[in-house]
Design a protein around this ligand. Sequence first.
Ligand code: BGC
Length: 436
Amino acid sequence: MPVQMNAMGRAGNCWGRRCVFLTLLLCINTAMAAQALDVLHWWTSLSERQAADTLARALGEDDDIVWRDAAIPGGAGLGAFKVLKSRVLSGHAPDVAQLIGPTLTDWGELGLLLELDDVAADENWDDALFPTIQSLIRVQGHTLAVPVGLHRINTLYYRPQLLAEQGLRPPRNWAEFERVAAQLQRAGITPLAQSSEPWQVATLFEALLLSETGVVHYKQLLQRRRPDDWFDPRVRRALERLRSLKRWMVQPVVQRSWEVVARSFARGDAAMWIMGDWARGELVSMGLDVDHEFACIAVPGTQGVHLYSVDTFAMLAGNYGKQREQEAMARRLAGIPLQLAYNRAKGSVPVRRDIDPGVLDSCGRDSWRTFGRGSAVQAPSIVHRMATDEAMKDAIIAQVYRYFIDDQVTAIEVQRRLATIVRALQNDTGNRRIPK
Ligand code: BGC
């Protein structure tokens, strides 16, 4: 906009043919000037920044679009989502926002989002994208977001050398995990890295829940929204496992951002860590080599299963003044070259089925191939906004956190509270679009 106003102002000071020429020149300049898109997201760690810069650079170089960064720090986007809502309500919506999961439905129905149907058709997203990802961004037949990366949450990282020095192998089930952890602890090595930041505790819990329940029951728990389901013994066992894992962590478990945990894990302060695979991006950005300095396997009991979260960008409709650039951005972000470059930096994997998995590292290949087996092995993340609306997610995080930090709180108490919350939110329409 400033370019246009400037052009008009200067054109106003001319006369005759010179004026026509000047105006024309300025119009051409204005038309050619790079347009900026205000992008709201929550990628502020080293690797997240590198990944966002990869996108920004490609848009600048290939589409002449300026990525105006509006990053809001805070893992899992807790702050970013609040800022986004208040910007929309105060009439200062960004042009593009990291809006993910079932929330897209509500925002789409309110008419806040630009439909990307033409881009999706031109780029053949129907065939190119994994079906689950396709259905995540489709609301009532319209495409409302561009997917950029697929994260796997049920990832256990380990330091091969620390294990090898003790003659240990990475644990494939919980019995092995206990043996490995006990021996590491005896050798003076912290077995498991963890922060007590609420979303990080809940991220660990959802992996444990999936490990106890399996995909079918995990999905039922979230889809049926029956209060009684939360009294299931499998939920109790997941809570109990969460508490028992505390003895393998540094006491007291302090609140640290996930980037700080990543740095400490990279220094060798702990031998294992359960976290979404954005952590892999972070470890690589710090110079660690996958398979040598660190490696990953599925959390015990979740082999062959994918606890997923998909990062997507929605375009805010506004007055449609930037539709051309927003569409160009969507097209570019889902294209193969940027999918490969971006996801390499981010630790996630491409959202497309038509890439060569041979170019991914071993963790990425396992994630991409497992997810590709279809919905029977896919479980939507609660904490990372794939499975419920914000209210339910926040309630689960709060209860699990309370249980984790206070050993006086019993599992049955948490189950009771969760059942009550489910009952209270039962008629809330926000929970209706949970992936099958
Ligand atoms: C997002 C990731 C992000 C992570 C840590 C997740 O919810 O999907 O893109 O890196 O949070 O902030």
